[in-house]
Design a protein around this ligand. Sequence first.
Ligand code: NAD
Ligand code: UFG
Length: 338
Amino acid sequence: MAILITGGCGYIGSHTCIEMLNAGYDIVVVDNYYNSKPEALARVKELSGKDFPFYACDIRDEEGLSEVFAKHQIDAVIHFAGLKAVGESVAKPMMYYDNNVNGTLVLWRVMKKHGCSRIIFSSSATVYGSENASPLKEDFPTGAVTNPYGRTKYVIEEILKDICVSDEEASAVLLRYFNPVGAHESGRIGEDPNGIPNNLMPFLLQVAIGKREQLSIFGNDYDTPDGTGVRDYIHVVDLARGHVKAVEYALTHTGAMPINLGTGVGYSVLDMVHAFERINGVPVPHVIAPRRPGDIATCYSDPAKAKALLGWEAEKTLEDMCRDSWRWQSQNPKGYDE
Ligand code: NAD
Ligand code: UFG
């Protein structure tokens, strides 16, 4: 028995590989290195002390993927492989629909051909759109998304729900991530973004290390305690452990199940900046800039369902998130390009 991890070389995938190996699972990884480097998996092997099969394969390559399933008995798939840059998805929607939606269709077809009907899918809090009030619960309406990236997540959720209605063997756990930050506590693996980071923590880290001059805080006139945007930041290792629990759930249940992976606590942009400075003793020069189009004031989870169904809850603190992010960044100033 083995668990296939698509996109296992990426930020969340590499941390999940370690937690799956620590939990005693055999894993098989596929990734096309579109947004990752081989060094990440070399370090996963070093940290876990375990080896596992890897295939440099695009999930849209039906033949290549079939060969992987022919070689290994795959019982479930954790499906991270996807593109995730919101701005790029607006400029290149076809690329996003093809990679994310078509990629998932090919994956499911190959899975079924080889008798595998269990998938854990990387969805996003973005499916809740801007019209729901936080704390966000899984039974709130979804779909009012504002960009092609978000639409791929919503559409894939709907496809997997339809499949689970039509196929009584199918199991799909739809994990809605809130805002992943942090890194493995060893400082050996972490997020290694290409180009100018869009997300708060990677940008803040590049300012802290002196690669960028200052952080622009996108708006301080939101209806939040200090006027800056509030999000549910979750440590990537907690998130990774949520996947181990989701695999256990998928192996013992059928049907489609959306589940939030968040902490249930919201922090503002200024909370994050001040916490980072205090915990690491490193200044983060910042200025207030105009709001970023498409941003909402507040987004945080109700994490009760994950606790009830998976027996999982986030354990790491804001201090852990800030300290571990900085350890990764300061020990690897060029990411995996040492
Ligand atoms: P990432 O880019 O670090 O990892 C994705 C991995 O998938 C990369 O290694 C990439 O090379 C690979 N990949 C992409 N397309 C592929 C394809 N066609 N075939 C094979 N491999 C392919 O991203 P991440 O932050 O680890 O995110 C993982 C998943 O979680 C993504 O689906 C993303 O949309 C989703 N997600 C991420 C966040 C976040 O803030 N990081 C939030 C919500 C959801
Ligand atoms: N922010 C800044 N300056 C920056 C970057 C971000 O002030 O340079 C602010 C944003 O305005 C927002 C907060 O920091 O208030 C978090 O922004 P991120 O870009 O880090 O995260 P988002 O919540 O906007 O988006 C994330 C993922 C999306 C996903 C969404 C919902 O990046 O892929 O969560 O799950 F769709």
